[in-house]
Design a protein around this ligand. Sequence first.
Ligand SMILES: *[C@@H]1O[C@H](CO)[C@@H](O)[C@H](O)[C@H]1NC(C)=O
Ligand SMILES: *[C@@H]1O[C@H](CO)[C@@H](O)[C@H](O)[C@H]1NC(C)=O
Ligand SMILES: *[C@@H]1O[C@H](CO)[C@@H](O)[C@H](O)[C@H]1NC(C)=O
Length: 189
Amino acid sequence: MSLPSFLLLSLTIFLCSFNPFVDANHLIQQTCKNCSKSDPNISYKFCITSLQSDHRTQCAKNLEELGLISIKITRHNVTNTCDYIKELLEKKTRDPFIKECLDDCLDVYSDAITTFREAIRDYKAKRYEECNIKLSSIIDDSTTCEDGFKQKNDVISPLTKRNKNIFQLSAIALSIVNMLNKDKLNGTF
Ligand SMILES: *[C@@H]1O[C@H](CO)[C@@H](O)[C@H](O)[C@H]1NC(C)=O
Ligand SMILES: *[C@@H]1O[C@H](CO)[C@@H](O)[C@H](O)[C@H]1NC(C)=O
Ligand SMILES: *[C@@H]1O[C@H](CO)[C@@H](O)[C@H](O)[C@H]1NC(C)=O
């Protein structure tokens, strides 16, 4: 962590800890417990680590705010992966098969960035069922990208770790959306 981001994180935690209505770490723990219980694909530890590592979650007052941040964390991860794939492609990749796979992943993830914009719009309007469909398609994108490389046995995907992160992050966001939708249907808010 760089010094400025460390200071920003410290300041955020400092400011939020004076707000008696915000107990972000309790909210994150509860949410991750519920997410990992309802979806076996979500690791509790991964959920805690990824939500706590973003300073914005320290000020999240409720599940709705946390959910939006989790979508944005996922989007950031996808955007960063697009940049990384472009870097790999510029290196004049040795193998034409790998190049083709990388091109396909870039297509899929570039479209996903547009999908995020719509998903966030749906989320803010509480259209959780539509938001669910969009986040599910992003989970599928990470599998599509990874599966491309599996068509040849002797090829190792350079994106495995990133695809796994995107898979988990979007599953967490989806799980939160489903919880909110349940609350909405139950008329809790
Ligand atoms: C987690 O689940 C419990 C039990 O269903 C519920 O009481 C609690 O409000 C949930 N917490 C969050 C943050 O969704
Ligand atoms: C877990 O991941 C697998 C593989 O993508 C998927 O088929 C399954 O539906 C997921 N489970 C849940 C509860 O989402
Ligand atoms: C993507 O998410 C993973 C898991 O939270 C994290 O370790 C990684 O640093 C993230 N990458 C970016 C660029 O946000």
